[in-house]
Design a protein around this ligand. Structure first.
Ligand code: HAM
Length: 437
């Protein structure tokens, strides 16, 4: 009996985004869309699951994301279907792999100019949930694919990101940049790093010890306090870049300066995905505790080829929307978003028809209107209007019907005026324009 009545709850690491927060999310995402479109980026909508192999090949089979954090399933054998019974799929842990898959599948190299795409949507990683870290989280990402690897592309992508943060008033941020070299110089550096790490292996933790062999770059990411002094003395990639990579990084910094973008160099910024070459960057924001990265990105020349496509350069980033919103909420600098404009307080059947009619007119004019479906005493109507946060109550009773007027009450200060239908529409429309401006 009790078992049947058990209440369902959102699964650990997932959550509901309720109003009024959902309005803040929509505004944040819309601000990103507007900003990105002003840089001539266009939206791509991608599937939420892909073949597991796509992520293993692009993000890297040995990364935490692929080896520990993916939600993987198979559809099961169906005699009717031609699908491979052994095929496994994963909920996407990120979207760059899907963008690249789609680029190849639709031969987008034939599209004119550099391809500039953005996406908005949920990603899934089986991480240990905590503040700012969820198993279903949301990203707003952008990618540029094409033939050129000009540092001006990297700089424009970063400029667009920082412009968006400024427009969204997410300003207590720091941009970190780094270059992690390419296939010509990184392997030698990684070998050098490995040699140095072997010498100090007995003084570092088990995770870092394991990474000496699997992925020594990831040791630089360690947050363990006892490893910091040791890591500080390790060789730095900036001293081991080949000429081309060093020039590219110098050009990037020059481009950022000429665009007026403040940055800090961080030689330990290696990122947890395998596809990066040269430029990597991250933005951290205040008010988030340990999960303070609100955006990560970088260049991934060669990934298209790795997945079977033509030689192509690529760069992009993804913003963690959950964290960006948390940081905005902590800063208290929230935008004033359109709320309920008019509550129609009607009483008496004669007033009802007028109420339905004026609600339609006001909604048509773009105002948010609440029309109670059942008759209420004026006192209760006004109390509810207040609780719902309406700016105005529009009172329609017998007097108003008889005189063909409306009583408009501003709830903040109880200022009240009697208006004809024409004046009412005019007044509310101009008020709406003022509050939006
Ligand atoms: P990423 O650094 O793995 O990069 O993720 C980007 C951002 O997503 C992070 O900075 C963080 O804000 C957010 N994020 C990641 N995991 C979680 C989580 N469990 N809960 C909440 N937020 C999270 C990528 O995903 C790359 N695809 C970015 C990229 C695009 N690089 C090139 N193009």
């Amino acid at each position: 009996m009790t078992e049947n009545k058990r209440q369902f709850r959102a699964i650990k690491g997932t959550r509901d985004i309720l109003p009024p927060d959902s309005a803040l999310w929509n505004w944040f995402e819309q601000t990103a869309r507007n900003t990105f479109e002003s840089y001539n980026f266009r939206e791509i909508r991608l599937p939420i699951f892909e073949e597991t192999e796509l992520f293993a090949r692009s993000v890297g089979a040995d990364t935490d994301i692929v080896s520990k954090e993916m939600f993987t399933f198979n559809i099961g054998h169906d005699a009717e279907s031609k699908e491979e019974p052994s095929q496994t799929y994963s909920l996407r842990p990120e979207a760059t792999a899907s963008v690249v898959r789609s680029y190849i599948e639709h031969r987008m190299q034939t599209f004119p100019g550099n391809l500039k795409l953005y996406y908005v949507g949920p990603m899934f990683r089986r991480e240990r949930p905590q503040k700012g870290r969820y198993r279903q989280f949301y990203q707003i990402g952008a990618e540029v694919l094409g033939q050129s690897d000009a540092a001006a592309i990297d700089a424009e992508v970063i400029e667009m990101l920082m412009t968006f943060f400024k427009r969204a008033d997410l300003t207590r941020t720091t941009l970190y940049i780094n270059s992690i070299g390419d296939k010509n110089c990184r392997p030698q550096y990684v070998e050098k790093l490995r040699e140095e790490l072997r010498k100090v292996a007995d003084r570092i933790g088990p995770d870092s010890q394991r990474r000496i062999e699997t992925n020594p770059l990831r040791v630089l990411d360690s947050k363990l306090p006892e490893e910091q002094a040791i890591i500080g003395k390790l060789p730095r990639i900036s001293d081991h870049l080949c000429d081309e990579c060093r020039e590219h990084f110098a050009k990037l910094k020059e481009e950022l300066r000429l665009r007026g973008i403040a940055y800090e160099e961080n030689w330990r910024l290696v990122r947890g995905l395998d596809y990066y070459t040269r430029t990597t960057f991250e933005v951290i924001a205040e008010g988030l505790g340990s999960q303070n990265a609100v955006c990560g990105g970088g260049r991934y020349d060669g990934l298209v080829e790795l997945l079977g496509g033509p030689p192509t350069k690529g760069i992009g980033f993804a913003i963690g929307t959950d964290r960006a919103i948390l940081s905005l909420q902590e800063s208290g600098k929230l935008p004033s978003l359109p709320a309920l404009a008019v509550f129609v307080a009607w009483m008496g059947q004669a007033a009802y028809l007028t109420a339905v009619n004026i609600a339609q007119k006001l909604r048509e004019a773009g105002l948010a209107v609440e029309l109670p479906p059942e008759e209420m005493k004026f006192k209760r109507s006004l109390a509810l209007a207040d609780k719902l946060g309406a700016r105005y109550a529009l009172i329609i009773g017998e007097d108003e019907v008889n005189s063909g007027t409306f009583t408009l009450k501003r709830l903040a200060d109880s200022d009240q005026k009697k208006l004809s239908k024409f004046d009412l529409l005019e007044y509310l429309e101009s008020e709406r324009r003022d509050t939006r401006a």
